[in-house]
Design a protein around this ligand. Sequence first.
Ligand code: G
Ligand code: G
Ligand code: NA
Length: 231
Amino acid sequence: ITPASYEAASLNAMRVVYQPIKDLRTGAVVGAEALSRFEGQNPRAVFDRAERDGTAAALEAAAIAKAISGWSGEGFLSVNVGLSSLASPAVQAALPDDLSSLVLEITEGEVLDFGAEIAQALDGARARGARIAIDDFGAGFSNMHRVARMRPDLVKIDMSLIRGIDADETLQAVVSGCLLYQNMTGTRVVAEGIETEEELRCLIDLGVVLGQGYLLGRPAPADSLDVLGSR
Ligand code: G
Ligand code: G
Ligand code: NA
C-alpha cells in the first residue's frame, strides 16, 4: 500500500469529535477541541505515519476543513495543526479568511527551530483573528525560549502534569509557575485531562480558569456534546 492510498483510505474513514473546554469555576462551555477519529485506527498512529510519509499537511488540512464544517457550537473551535504543516498550501487553503473564532493548537512536529516561513504563517493567521495555543505544554514542547518567542495566546498544560495534582505539591508548583507566566504575559492557561473531582478542586483553588478532560466532557459528535457533558 502506497502513502497516497494510505492517505485516501484515512480520509474516507475520518470522523471528527469535539471535546468541550470549560470555565472550571462555572462549568460554562467556552469552546471545544476538534479531534479526528479513524475507523479501527489510533489517531496518533495515523498522524505519525502521515508525518513520515510526507502527507501530514494534506491530512491535517482535511481534518481542519471537516472540523470547521461540522461545528456550529458556541465559543471558539480549537483545531490541532503541526507547526511544520501550518505554512503549507493545503492547510492555508483549509483556513477561512476570518479566523476570529478559531484557536490553532500547535503541536510540535519535527521543526526544532522555526524559520521565517512559519513565523509568517503564524503572524498571518493572527492578523486574521486566530489565537495560537501551545499543546501538550510541559511534555514534548518544553523549549521555553521557543514557547516565549511564539507569544502564544494559550498554553495547554499536558495531562501528565494534571494527573494526581491534588496529592502532589511538585505538580502544584509547576502549575503555579504557569499561572505566574499567565499573569505576566497574558498567555492563558488551560489544564488538560482533568479526570477527578479532586484534580478539579485543586486546579480551581490554584486559580486555573480553563480546562478540559473526561470529568468535564468526553470527545463526542457535535450533536451530542451537551448530552455528554457531565457537569
Ligand atoms: O483524541 P486522542 O487523544 O486519541 O488523540 C491522539 C492524538 O492525536 C492527540 O495527540 C491529538 O492531538 C492527535 N490528533 C487528533 N486529531 C488530530 C487532528 O485533527 N490533527 C492533528 N494534527 N492531530 C490530531
Ligand atoms: O495531544 P492532545 O492534547 O491534542 O490530545 C488530546 C487527547 O487526550 C485526545 O485523544 C483526547 O481524547 C484525550 N483526552 C481528553 N481528555 C482526557 C482525559 O481526561 N483523560 C485522558 N486519559 N485522555 C483525555
Ligand atoms: Na490538542
